[in-house]
Design a protein around this ligand. Structure first.
Ligand code: TZP
Ligand code: MG
Length: 207
């Protein structure tokens, strides 16, 4: 299945088991029902699953995305992309190169994180389907996150790249999501506003 990229970025939920204090499959199912437009399986950092446990949870989450016809994107794990037949892969600046990924996956979605102009200048933007820009606001979810770059980073990217698909990330919640779109992003991506929501449907609706 292929997905139009900009609409898919609109409400882009990211999660791994390390972000959840209850069943990740239940959280994803609630988010899918409530209208997320993409999902990234990001099993990474302290207390994350590895090897077979990571694969088994991935199979469950992949199946939910298929059922709800939502693109399923894997964070930085080429083998898992293949095993789960993911719709795409998201990588950071220190991960496998976009050139190699594009050769391996000519038709899958490829997303790349960029936090500053140096990174943009070093990145083959013509080979990616979208960029993740951030952290826009401060976040405690990613332990090694860079300093918050603010909405100006979205404005700068939008001015320089009028048609590039851009999704904001980092500290995005129900109160500030609209400011990210106003700054020029095509969508918002978020973890804790949903994994820690009292009512996931309400959180997604407010975003
Ligand atoms: N990359 C930059 S910030 C971040 C990632 C994965 C974490 C975003 O989590 P939250 O809870 O939405 O701030
Ligand atoms: Mg990385």
């Amino acid at each position: 299945m292929s997905f139009p990229i900009k609409p898919s970025l609109r409400k882009y939920f990211i999660m791994g088991s390390q972000n959840c204090d209850r069943d990740p499959a239940e959280i994803l199912e609630a988010a899918a029902k409530a209208g997320i437009t993409a999902f990234q399986y990001r099993e990474k950092g302290p207390a994350s699953l590895t090897s077979n446990a990571k694969l088994e949870l991935g199979k469950q989450l992949r199946a939910i995305c298929k059922q709800y016809q939502i693109p399923f994107i894997v964070n930085d794990d080429v083998e898992l992309v293949e095993l789960l037949d993911a719709d795409g892969i998201h990588v950071g600046q220190d991960d496998q190169s976009v050139e190699e990924l594009r050769l391996a996956f000519p038709t899958k979605i490829i997303g790349l994180s960029v936090s500053n102009m140096d990174e943009v200048e070093r990145s083959p933007l013509d080979l990616v389907d979208y960029i993740g820009a951030g952290p826009i606001f401060s976040t405690t979810t990613k332990t090694d996150a860079k300093a918050a770059v603010g909405l100006e980073w979205i404005q700068t990217l939008r001015t320089q790249f009028p048609t590039l698909p851009i999704v904001g990330i980092g500290g995005i919640n129900t109160m500030n999501a609209s400011s990210v779109l106003q700054a020029g992003a095509d969508g918002v991506s978020f973890i804790s506003v949903v994994t820690q929501a009292e009512d996931i449907a309400v959180a997604i609706e407010e975003i």
